[in-house]
Design a protein around this ligand. Structure first.
Ligand code: NAD
Length: 248
């Protein structure tokens, strides 16, 4: 494996487990030092990053809180002095019917899955602009195209991620900064295993062109590519990594 990100610093939100942990590990293997913001201390991920020979900084930080994000960004600047890659991965996805959802539920989904992008990009774009380069990678989902019941709030945020990605890309390209998204299908993580009925994995796999359930390892390559110099002329895009589920 090449060390294409040698000397770079990557911020990965939600890097304590699941997809975020896999992204942090892969970006470290690619050569980047890693800062992680999550709801709990990401000690397991910290060890993975250090085992890859890179520095790790892990923080408990609510990505929907302006105060927390501001403190986290100050810490990253103090420890690493720069941010080259920002992976906006932290997200929540509880099933809830529109009927049962109250305004607080709706607001929480918007805050964690969308306000976080605003806050993190505001916090780290100045460093990227100063350095004349940067990579922002946002997490959308194939729910943006599939109709899944009990996901009105979640689908709204993940479609919103695509709009945010396209619009911000048009404003920061002149500074050498790209903004892209990836849209995974159903990936087996601790949370999807707990949240979802067990039969959902086989049902979804049967609808994919590639008939097996994805693991986080199936989606890390897309993030590694978007973070690399090879993706320097690609921006505003959403890569669908779902084994052929959405066929958008
Ligand atoms: N797993 C899938 O099937 C799948 C598919 C498509 C998209 N996604 C998206 O990928 C991302 C990660 O999914 P996952 O399955 O790995 O989830 P996960 O539940 O395993 O991990 C979520 C991470 O986000 C962090 N997080 C949650 N709320 C936070 C907050 N307020 N502040 C800071 N950190 C917070 C958690 O600490 C954790 O590290 C999410 O944005 C999700 O919508 C997941």
């Amino acid at each position: 494996m090449g060390r294409s990100l040698e000397g770079k610093v990557a911020v990965v939100t939600g890097g304590s487990k699941g997809l975020g942990q896999a992204y942090a590990k892969r970006l470290a293997e690619d050569g980047a030092d890693i800062a992680i913001a999550a709801t709990s201390l990401a000690q397991e991920t910290e060890k993975m990053v250090k085992d890859a020979g890179r520095k790790a900084e892990v923080s408990v930080c609510d990505v929907s809180s302006p105060e927390d994000v501001s403190k986290f960004a100050a810490l990253v600047m103090e420890k690493f002095g720069r941010c080259d890659i920002l992976v906006n991965n932290a997200g929540i996805y509880p099933y809830q019917s529109f009927d049962q959802m109250n305004f607080d539920d709706w607001r929480k989904m918007m805050a964690v899955n969308l306000d976080s992008l605003f806050l993190m990009c505001k916090a780290f774009l100045p460093s990227m602009k100063q350095n004349g380069c940067g990579r922002i990678i946002n997490l959308s989902s194939t729910v943006s195209w599939l109709v899944i019941p009990d996901y009105t709030h979640y689908t709204t945020t993940k479609m919103g991620v695509i709009g945010f990605t396209r619009a911000l890309a048009s404003e920061v390209g002149e500074f050498g900064i790209t903004v892209n998204a990836i849209a995974p299908g159903l990936v087996r993580t601790g949370t999807t295993e707990t949240n979802s009925p067990p039969e959902i994995f086989d049902m979804v796999a049967a609808r994919q062109a590639i008939k097996r359930t994805a693991t986080p390892d199936d989606v890390v390559g897309a993030v590694s590519f978007l973070a690399s110099d090879d993706a320097a002329f690609m921006t505003g895009q959403t890569l669908i990594v779902d084994g052929g589920l959405a066929r958008a």
